[in-house]
Ligand binder design. Structure first.
Ligand code: SF4
Length: 705
C-alpha cells in the first residue's frame, strides 16, 4: 500500500510517500509530485518511518491520579474526561472562565486547533488558549499585520527560482529548513549570478554558502536594516513611485534611518560599513529580492520591530507581489500557520479575526451559536500562562502536543508553575515528554499517520494527511478527544461530528469573505489536487490556489496601502555585566526536532549531535582557561547548565551558543538530569506586542567545571 502525506516536522511541509509492506514494515520517500519539495526529504524526513515504528514510549491508555503524591492509574476514557470536565466546571463556576486554559501546538492539525479554539472561546467564554507558535512566529504575525494588514506570507516557494538575491537574516535554513535551502542551492548552482547574503553572528552552514556574511552583534538587526534603508534612500535606490502610490509612513522612516550614519551603524553592528553599502547595492541591482528569516528575528524582545525593519526594505524598493520578490518568514512548525488561521492564538478568532474587534466577535458568536459572549480581551499568552499558574489566578491547564517543561524560557519557573497548578491535563503521544510528569490526567493521542486532517505550510499550502495506521492501545485522534470532552461539558449539540472532515468543513465555512477564505477547500478536493494555497474561495475551484499575494499592490490595510514603520533601533534584552559578560543564544542542531520526543527515538539522528555542546569562541575560552572538550558550567541569573565546550571561530567573540533540544529525560549529563537544558538559563522577557520570548539573548558567564 502507498499513501501520500506530509512530513510532521518543520514548516517546509514536504510531501512524503509512505509505503507499507505486507508485513507492516514502513518505508518513506519524498513525494515527487508535491510542489513544495519535489521529491526531496531532509535527514529528519527520511527517518520518519523509524520514528513511527518505535512505539516503546507511546502513551497507550488514559491515566489519572487524585493527588500528586499518588501514582498514576489506568482509567477509562469516560472516567478521565468526566473528571476533567467536573474539575473544569468547578473552577469556571467558582473563579470564572479565565481560571482554565489550553496550551496547544504547531504540531496539531488544523481541525484540532479549531475545535479547542471553538470550545474555549465560543463555549467556555475565555480566550485562554495559546500555542507554542507564540514562541516561534508571533513576531512575524504582528509584523505582517502592521505592515501589510494581515498575517499573510506574500510569497511562495516558486519565488525561489525567480529570485537572484536572498537576504537571510537570523535564520539557518541549511539546517532548519533544509529542503528550501536545497532549492536555493540548486538555483544558485545553475545561475551563478544569484547572490546570498547571510546576517548571523555565527558562521553557520548557511553563512558558509553566502556571498556575503554579516556577523552582526546580537540584538543589532534593526540598526543594520535601518542603515541599509538609509543607503537605499540616500543613494536613490528606492522605488519612489511605489512608495508614493502604495505606502504610508515614508517621511517618518526616512527621518529615523538618518539618525545614524552608515559608518555609525556598522560600528554598532560590529561589521564593515562597506558590507552594508554592498547589501544595499545588491538589493538595488537584483531583479528578485527574497528575504528569509526565522528565530533570530522573531525570538526577541524587539522581535516585531525587527520584522518591521526588514519588511521596510521590500516596501522601499517595491519588491513585493512580483515573481521572486517579497518578505518570507520561514515557519518553524508544520502547522503553525494552520493554527493561526483557525484562531489558535490568545488574541485571535477563526480566519484571522481578532477577539478585540466587536464585529468579529459577533460574527463568530452567531456562527457558533455560542451560549456565552466571546470575551473582548485577549487571553493569556504562553509565558503569561506560566505567570498566572504561579500566582494562582489560573487554576487548570490542558497541554496538547507540546512539552513546555523543556521548551519554555526560564523553564524552572515553568516547572514551578506546573507544580503549583491545581490541575494539569497532558495530551500527548509520548511518555518521553517531560511535561507528562506534572499531569493529573494523561490522555494518549494518536500520532502522525494514525489520524486524518490538514496542515498549512510556510507558503500557505494546505495539504491533507490520511489515516494510514491503527492507533496503539486506546489512543484517540485529538479531535475526538476534544469533542468527547466538550460533550462531557454539556456542549454536545455543537460538538457532535462524524469525522475530522466535518470539522474542517465547518471551519472553511467560517472563512467566507475573509482574506483567508478557504470556502472552496474540501477533503475531496485536497485528495484530488494534493495541495491548495489559500485564499481559495468557491470561485477558485479550478485552480491550485493563490501562489502570490498583493500582485496588484493592493494591501489588506484599511486604506489598501502598506505601512512603512519608523521603529526605534534599540534592543531591550537582558543586559550583560561584569558577572554575566557573555551573550548566550539558543537554537537547533541539524537532525533534532524540538524536545526530541520523536527524533530522539532514532539512533541515526542522534549520531549527529549525541549531547548538547556549548559553542564558544577561542578568545573567550582562553580568557577563562577553558580547553576544547572540557566540561564547563554556564551560569545565568536564573540557573545553570553544565555541558562540554566546543571551541570554534565560527561564533563571534562575546557570544556562545547552546542547542535547545535537551530536557530532563535526555540531558545525558553526568551530574544532574537537567543540566543540559538550555532553558534553565533563558529569560522570560517578551516583545510587548507579539509576546514572543527573547530566547536569543541571555546574559551568562562560562567557567571551567
Ligand atoms: Fe520534514 Fe522539514 Fe525536512 Fe521537509 S525539510 S523533510 S518538512 S523536516
Amino acid at each position: 500500500m502507498t499513501h501520500q502525506t506530509t512530513c510532521c516536522y518543520c514548516g517546509v511541509g514536504c510531501g512524503v510517500v509512505v509505503k507499507q509492506a505486507t508485513g507492516g514494515q514502513l518505508s518513506v520517500e519524498g513525494d515527487t509530485q508535491h510542489p513544495s519539495n519535489r521529491g526531496m526529504l531532509c535527514s529528519k524526513g527520511m527517518n520518519l518511518n523509524y520514528t513511527v515504528m518505535d512505539q516503546s514510549d507511546r502513551l497507550l491508555y488514559p491515566q489519572m491520579r487524585f493527588s500528586r503524591d499518588r501514582p498514576m492509574q489506568r482509567v477509562s476514557w469516560d472516567a478521565a474526561l468526566e473528571r476533567t470536565a467536573a474539575v473544569f466546571k468547578t473552577f469556571i463556576q467558582k473563579y470564572g472562565p479565565d481560571s482554565v486554559a489550553f496550551y496547544v501546538s504547531g504540531q496539531c492539525l488544523t481541525e484540532e486547533y479549531y475545535l479547542v479554539s471553538k470550545l474555549i472561546k465560543g463555549f467556555i467564554g475565555s480566550n485562554n488558549i495559546d500555542t507554542n507558535s507564540r514562541l516561534c512566529m508571533s513576531s512575524a504575525v504582528v509584523g505582517y499585520k502592521l505592515s501589510l494588514g494581515e498575517d499573510a506570507v506574500p510569497v511562495c516557494y516558486d519565488d525561489i527560482e525567480e529570485a537572484d538575491l536572498f537576504y537571510v537574516q537570523g535564520a539557518n535554513p541549511a539546517w532548519c529548513h533544509p529542503i528550501i535551502w536545497r532549492r536555493i542551492e540548486a538555483h544558485k548552482a545553475a545561475n551563478p549570478q544569484v547572490r546570498i547574503i547571510c546576517v548571523d553572528p555565527r558562521r553557520t552552514d548557511t553563512a558558509r554558502s553566502a556571498d556575503l556574511h554579516l556577523p552582526i552583534r546580537p540584538g543589532t538587526d534593526i540598526v543594520l536594516n535601518h542603515a541599509i534603508a538609509r543607503e537605499l534612500i540616500d543613494g536613490g535606490m528606492i522605488d519612489a513611485s511605489f512608495v508614493a502610490d502604495h505606502t504610508d509612513g515614508f517621511t517618518a522612516l526616512r527621518d529615523v534611518v538618518r539618525l545614524r550614519t552608515v559608518d555609525e551603524a556598522a560600528d554598532i553592528c560590529g561589521i564593515d560599513a562597506d558590507a552594508i553599502r554592498q547589501t544595499a547595492a545588491w538589493i538595488s541591482q537584483s531583479k528578485g529580492f527574497l528575504s528569509l528569516w526565522t528565530m533570530g528575528m522573531n525570538q526577541s524582545v524587539v522581535g516585531v520591530n525587527k520584522n518591521l525593519s526588514l519588511i521596510n526594505l521590500h516596501l522601499l524598493t517595491g519588491r513585493i507581489g512580483t515573481p521572486g520578490n517579497g518578505p518570507f518568514s520561514l515557519t518553524g512548525q508544520p502547522n503553525a500557520m494552520g493554527g493561526r488561521e483557525v484562531g489558535g492564538l490568545a488574541n485571535a478568532l477563526p480566519a484571522h479575526r481578532d477577539v478585540t474587534n466587536a464585529a468579529h466577535r459577533a460574527e463568530m458568536e452567531a456562527f457558533w451559536n455560542s451560549p456565552v459572549p466571546i470575551a473582548p480581551k485577549p487571553g493569556l499568552t504562553a509565558t503569561e500562562l506560566v505567570d498566572a499558574l504561579n500566582n494562582d489566578t489560573l487554576k487548570a491547564i490542558w497541554i496538547i502536543n507540546t512539552n513546555p517543561a523543556v521548551s519554555m524560557p526560564d523553564v524552572n519557573s515553568t516547572e514551578k508553575a506546573l507544580k503549583n497548578a491545581r490541575f494539569v491535563v497532558v495530551q500527548d503521544i509520548s511518555a518521553r515528554a517531560d511535561t507528562v510528569a506534572f499531569a493529573d490526567v494523561v490522555l494518549p493521542a494518536a500520532g502522525w499517520l494514525e489520524k486524518e486532517g490538514t496542515m498549512t505550510n510556510a507558503e500557505r499550502r494546505i495539504t491533507y494527511l490520511p489515516k494510514v495506521l491503527d492507533v496503539p492501545g486506546e489512543a484517540l485522534p485529538d479531535v475526538e478527544i476534544i469533542w468527547r470532552f466538550a460533550q462531557k461539558m454539556g456542549f454536545g449539540d455543537a460538538f457532535t461530528y462524524p469525522n475530522a472532515e466535518a470539522v474542517y468543513a465547518e471551519y472553511a465555512r467560517s472563512t467566507a469573505n475573509t482574506n483567508v477564505d478557504v470556502t472552496g477547500v474540501t477533503y475531496a478536493l485536497l485528495k484530488e489536487k494534493r495541495s491548495i494555497q489559500w485564499p481559495y474561495s468557491l470561485a477558485d475551484t479550478e485552480s491550485l490556489g493563490t501562489s502570490r499575494l498583493f500582485t496588484d499592490h493592493t494591501f489588506y490595510t484599511p486604506n489598501k496601502r502598506a505601512q512603512l514603520h519608523a521603529v526605534p533601533d534599540e534592543n531591550a534584552s537582558e543586559p550583560t555585566d561584569a558577572d554575566f559578560p557573555l551573550v548566550l543564544t539558543t537554537g537547533r542542531v541539524r537532525d533534532q526536532w524540538h524536545t526530541m520526543t520523536k527524533t530522539g527515538r532514532v539512533a541515526k539522528l542522534n549520531q549527529h549531535a549525541p549531547l548538547p555542546r556549548l559553542q564558544l569562541h577561542p578568545d573567550d575560552a582562553r580568557a577563562r582557561a577553558i580547553r576544547d572538550g572540557q566540561l564547563v558550567t554556564i551560569t545565568g541569573r536564573r540557573g545553570q547548565v553544565r555541558v562540554t565546550a566546543e571551541l570554534s571561530e565560527d561564533i563571534r567573540p562575546g557570544l556562545c551558543f547552546l542547542p535547545m533540544h535537551w530536557g530532563r529525560a535526555l540531558a545525558g549529563n553526568p551530574d544532574s538530569s537537567t543540566l543540559g537544558r538550555a532553558n534553565n538559563l533563558t529569560n522570560a522577557l517578551i516583545d510587548p506586542r507579539s509576546k514572543e520570548p527573547d530566547f536569543k539573548f541571555t546574559a551568562v558567564e562560562v567557567l571551567p567545571y
